[in-house]
Design a protein around this ligand. Structure first.
Ligand code: KG4
Ligand code: ZN
Length: 338
C-alpha cells in the first residue's frame, strides 16, 4: 500500500510517501529552528502558522515525486502527542485530502513513529529490541515487541535529555539549540575539574531525571569567573554525567529484557560521546547497538508514513473526525484494529 504521511507535532513540518512493497519513495522536511531561535525555545503559535505556510508545498512535492495523487492509497498524520495547534494543521489537511481523494486515513502516535523508525532502514532490527529515544522533547526507554506492543521501561520525570542540554547550554552562554554547541565546547574541557551526579542511578528503576543536573551546574559555577576554560570544563562534566546516566540505564534495560539489540534515536543520539560509549557498552555485553540515520531519528514524516502503512494495510482506519491530542499515553496503543 502507498501511504502519504504528514508530521506537524512540534517545530518540524514534514511530508513523506512510503510504499509497503518498495519502501520510502519521497520525504521532505522543513525545520523551524531559525524561527524559534530568537526566543530560546519553540513558540507554539508561531509553529502552527509556519506549518500552515510550509505543509502544502512539501506535500505537493512528495506526492509528485511518488507518482502523483492517483498513486496515494492512504494518508497518515501525527495525531499526538504534541502542540495542539500544530497538530491540527496536519490533521485537518490529512483528513480533508483523504476525504477528497476517497482513501482511508489514520491519525498515528508520534512516539510510536519514533520507536518503529528503525524499520525504515534496509537492515531492519528484529523484534524485540530496546529503544532509547532521547530528543529535545522526549526521553524514553522502551521494549519494542512488535507493532503496537510496547513496554515502557522508563521515562524522564522532568526535563528531557535534549532539554537538559539546551538549558545547560544557555547557562553557559551558548545559543539555541544548545546541545551541539555544548558538545563542541566540552571537547576543550579538562576531565575531573567538575563532577556532577548521575541522577537516579543509585537506586533500581529505569526512569530519568535531568533537571537537578542543571542546578548542579549553577551551584558549581557560583562565584567562579566564567572564562572559556571554566565553561568548557563544566560542559564536559555535564556531558559526561548525561552520557554515563543514559549508558547505565540502557545496560540495565538490556539486562532486564534480555534483548540483543539496542536502538538509539532522537537528536541527542547525534552526540559523539554518547555514540562511542554506547557502542563500547554494547560490545562489552554482546548487544548490537543500532543508530538509524539521523534524518529518521529526529522528527520526520517517513516514520509517520511507515506507521500509517503498517496500520492501514492491516485494515485499521479512522472515521471522519479530525483528531489532535496534546497527551496520548503510549500504553493506550495496541496491535492494529481492523
Ligand atoms: O530529535 P530532535 O532533533 O528534535 C526534537 O526534539 O524535536 O532533538 C533535538 C535535541 C535538542 O535538544 C538538541 O540540543 C539535541 O537534540 N542535540 C544534541 C546534539 N545534537 C542535537 N544534544 C547533545 N549533543 C549533540 N551533539
Ligand atoms: Zn519527536
Amino acid at each position: 500500500m502507498r501511504v502519504l504521511g504528514l508530521e506537524t507535532s512540534c517545530d518540524e513540518t514534514a511530508a513523506a510517501v512510503y510504499d509497503g512493497a518498495s519502501g520510502l519513495l519521497a520525504h521532505e522536511i522543513y525545520s523551524q529552528v531559525d524561527l524559534h531561535a530568537a526566543y530560546g525555545g519553540v513558540v507554539p503559535e508561531l509553529a502552527s502558522r509556519d506549518h500552515l505556510r510550509k505543509l502544502l508545498p512539501l506535500l505537493e512535492k512528495v506526492v509528485a515525486d511518488a507518482g502523483g495523487p492517483a498513486a496515494v492509497q492512504g494518508i497518515a498524520y501525527t495525531s499526538g502527542p504534541g502542540l495542539v495547534g500544530a497538530l491540527l494543521v496536519g490533521a485537518a489537511v490529512a483528513r480533508s485530502l483523504a476525504y477528497a481523494w476517497r482513501v482511508p486515513c489514520i491519525g498515528v502516535h508520534h512516539m510510536e513513529g519514533h520507536l518503529l523508525a528503525p524499520l525504515l532502514e534496509q537492515d531492519r532490527p528484529g523484534f524485540p529490541f530496546v529503544a532509547l529515544l532521547v530528543s529535545g522533547g522526549h526521553t524514553l526507554l522502551a521494549e519494542v515487541q512488535g507493532l503496537g506492543q510496547y513496554r515502557i521501561l522508563g521515562s524522564s520525570l522532568d526535563d528531557a535529555a535534549g532539554e537538559a542540554f539546551d538549558k545547560t547550554a544557555k547557562l553557559l552562554g551558548l545559543g539555541y539549540p544548545g546541545g551541539p554547541q555544548l558538545a563542541a565546547l566540552a571537547q576543550r574541557g579538562r576531565p575531573g575539574v567538575f563532577s556532577f551526579p548521575r541522577p537516579l542511578t543509585e537506586r533500581p528503576g529505569l526512569d530519568f531525571s535531568f533537571s537537578g543536573l542543571k542546578t548542579a551546574v549553577v551551584v558549581a559555577l557560583r562565584g567562579l569567573a566564567l572564562d572559556d576554560q571554566t565553561r568548557a570544563d563544566a560542559a564536559l562534566a555535564f556531558e559526561e554525567a548525561v552520557v554515563d546516566t543514559l549508558v547505565i540505564k540502557c545496560r540495565r534495560a538490556l539486562e532486564a529484557t534480555g534483548a540483543r539489540t539496542l536502538v538509539v534515536a532522537g537528536g541527542v543520539g547525534a552526540n559523539r560521546r554518547l555514540r562511542a560509549r554506547m557502542l563500547a557498552m554494547g560490545e562489552r555485553v554482546g548487544v548490537a547497538v543500532v543508530y538509524p540515520r539521523s534524518e529518521y531519528c529526529t522528527d520526520n514524516a517517513a516514520m509517520i508514513a511507515l506507521l500509517g502503512e503498517l496500520r492501514l494495510a492491516a485494515g485499521q482506519s479512522d472515521d471522519l473526525a479530525i483528531r489532535a491530542r496534546a497527551r496520548w499515553p503510549l500504553e493506550e496503543l495496541g496491535p492494529p484494529r481492523p
